[in-house]
Design a protein around this ligand. Structure first.
Ligand code: ZN
Ligand code: ZN
Length: 153
């Protein structure tokens, strides 16, 4: 690196690392400081853990808080609790996407806190994760957790 450049994430520390990500065939280079790089590495590990969790077939998962299974959801169209969003997030995304353009938005229980907001956040989180935009993904994840509380982990 020729000039002393600031980290593109915190815009505060001197960037010491450079890396390239290829997103949709376009390579983008990033310059980040050690601190932010460590955060990103953590975030990446976290995303990988999530991916590992998703490797469990959705039909075999059960919400540890309320005990809801996918079958309960497909039968009733209702989620048992806020934690269900975490357990079935990938399935719900597909489910929500399937409802795009449909006349009725969704049949989720109105007692589940702010479902629409969380749906939007989740879509954005997924997009950010797909784009490997860890900064945005981390922010969205925090937002979602704030709304739901950290039920259990
Ligand atoms: Zn930084
Ligand atoms: Zn639940």
């Amino acid at each position: 690196m020729s000039e002393k450049e600031l980290c593109q994430i915190c815009h505060h520390r001197i960037a010491e690392h450079k890396f390239v990500r290829v997103i949709d065939g376009v390579s983008k280079s990033y310059r980040v400081c050690s601190h932010c790089k460590a955060l990103m590495d953590n975030k990446y590990a976290e995303l990988r853990r999530e991916a590992a969790r998703r490797a469990v077939p959705v039909e075999m998962r059960k919400c540890p808080v309320c005990g809801m299974t996918l079958r309960d959801f497909t039968e009733t169209g209702l989620l048992g609790c806020a934690n269900c969003y975490k357990v079935f997030d990938d399935y719900l995304l597909e489910y929500i996407r399937g409802y795009h353009g449909a006349t009725t938005h969704c049949g989720m229980d109105a007692s589940v806190p702010a479902p629409v907001d969380v749906e939007t956040l989740y879509r954005e989180l997924k997009d950010a994760a797909d784009a490997q935009d860890f900064e945005t993904a981390a922010k969205l994840k925090k937002e979602i957790e704030k709304r739901w509380g950290t039920a259990n982990e």
